[in-house]
Design a protein around this ligand. Structure first.
Ligand SMILES: NC(=O)c1ccc[n+]([C@@H]2O[C@H](COP(=O)([O-])OP(=O)(O)OC[C@H]3O[C@@H](n4cnc5c(N)ncnc54)[C@H](O)[C@@H]3O)[C@@H](O)[C@H]2O)c1
Length: 365
């Protein structure tokens, strides 16, 4: 298969979808790789490194798209990229539930859209997990900075001191992001509360981490906790679907001024009503005196770690699709979960529900 790797175009997106190790594995299986010049540089991989392996380096994104049957990316494609994808396939984070416009564009351009995030195996999302680990850890580390007075925060040290109480951290959603944020928060000595709708999960977490306070998530519970918190991490997910809104606009008045709301779920549309996507260059804004941090590509801040972690998770799926093509895709139940759009139809039920559009069972196609 002819596989293209364009340079990411989202502001301050430093990851690359295929690192030299994955490239080597694909080349060994006789695939051709077209890499846009400079695509790997921010993750520490030069054009020379790729070309020494046998990849073809091309100057422009349009040449990458023109010469490839499959495009492998990190972030969702822009509308211009979708135009270049007409009748081709893409494997990337698509997050289609958060954008009806992008969903419609992929359908109109007859794109075979494969999404990393919709593959679920044993209740885990293996291609989302490595990024969630990084995002969960960084959400807490970034909040430490935002608590500083010099950064516009409350002026609190997250760990407190022997004479002063530590900060209060509330984490909503106890999946991979939430668990990693919680481990950081506990490790830093913050007073930490974790909420989820899954009581079995909460019981397991409490058994392993006795220092954390856990409770079943509900509007009432969140309202009771908000007046005491310094940092809230939003880390909820409904696989493939839009996250639920766990903090509405009217709840902002319950918090002290300069409380930090870190909406990690923003890549799926956000779980706070007042969230809107921000960038690493300008990561925060305020609504009603509450600091919102809503960076939708948090792992990109550490591209070396993030690119290599992403590749470890995605390479078996990319290789499988490259080796077997569409025929193999329809015979492989796990890989088929990645298929979101095909021949102008939506093949992921959650995406169809999110936009009130028709769903086609991929097994029937
Ligand atoms: N911004 C970024 O850079 C970035 C990076 C990685 C992941 N994410 C996002 O972070 C979010 C969490 O990812 P994850 O991998 O931890 O998902 P996960 O599926 O492992 O965990 C989600 C958790 O949310 C819980 N949940 C669902 N509804 C809830 C509610 N109303 N209240 C409380 N908990 C609820 C679920 O029970 C589950 O435990 C996702 O939206 C993901 O896309 C963002």
């Amino acid at each position: 298969m002819k596989i293209g790797i364009p340079k990411e175009i989202l502001s301050q997106e430093y990851r690359v979808s295929v690192n030299p190790e994955t490239a080597k594995m694909l080349l060994q299986s006789s695939h051709e790789l077209f890499i846009q010049s400079g695509a790997g540089i921010d993750s520490g991989f030069s054009d020379e490194e790729y070309s020494a392996l046998g990849c073809i380096i091309v100057e422009t994104a349009s040449e990458v798209f023109d010469r490839s049957e499959l495009i492998v990316k990190v972030k969702e494609p822009s509308f211009d990229e979708v135009e270049m994808l007409s009748n081709k396939a893409i494997f990337t984070y698509l997050h289609l539930s958060s954008s009806k416009e992008l969903t419609q564009k992929l359908l109109d351009c007859n794109v075979t859209g494969l999404a990393y995030e919709t593959v679920v195996i044993n209740n885990e999302t293996p291609m989302l997990k490595p990024m969630s680990e990084i995002a969960g850890r960084l959400s807490l580390l970034d909040s430490i900075e935002l608590l500083k007075k010099s950064k516009g925060g409350k002026g609190k040290l997250i760990a407190g001191t022997s004479l002063v109480e530590p900060a209060n951290v509330l984490i909503i959603g106890g999946g991979i992001v939430g668990l990693n944020a919680m481990q950081m928060s506990l490790g830093l000595g913050a007073s930490t509360t974790l909420l989820d709708v899954n009581n079995d999960l909460l019981a397991d977490i409490k058994a392993k981490y006795p220092a954390v306070n856990v409770a079943e998530s509900s509007r009432q519970v969140i309202e009771n906790i908000l007046p005491m918190v310094d940092v809230v991490v939003g880390a909820v997910l409904t696989p493939g679907g839009k996250p639920p809104i766990v903090i509405s606009r009217d709840m902002l008045s319950l918090m002290e001024p300069k409380t930090i709301l870190s909406d990690v779920s923003i890549d799926q549309g956000g779980c706070f009503e007042t969230s809107k996507a921000t960038t690493h260059g300008d990561p925060t804004y305020e609504v009603d005196n509450i600091i919102h941090y809503c960076v939708r590509n948090i792992p990109s801040a550490v591209p070396f770690t993030a690119t290599n972690a992403l590749n470890e998770a995605t390479k078996p799926f990319i290789l499988k699709f490259a080796n077997s093509g569409l025929n193999g895709l329809f015979e492989d139940e796990k890989l088929l979960m990645a298929l979101n759009t095909y021949e102008g139809k939506i093949t992921n039920e959650e995406v169809a529900i999110a936009h009130s559009l028709d769903y086609s069972d991929p097994k029937s196609l």
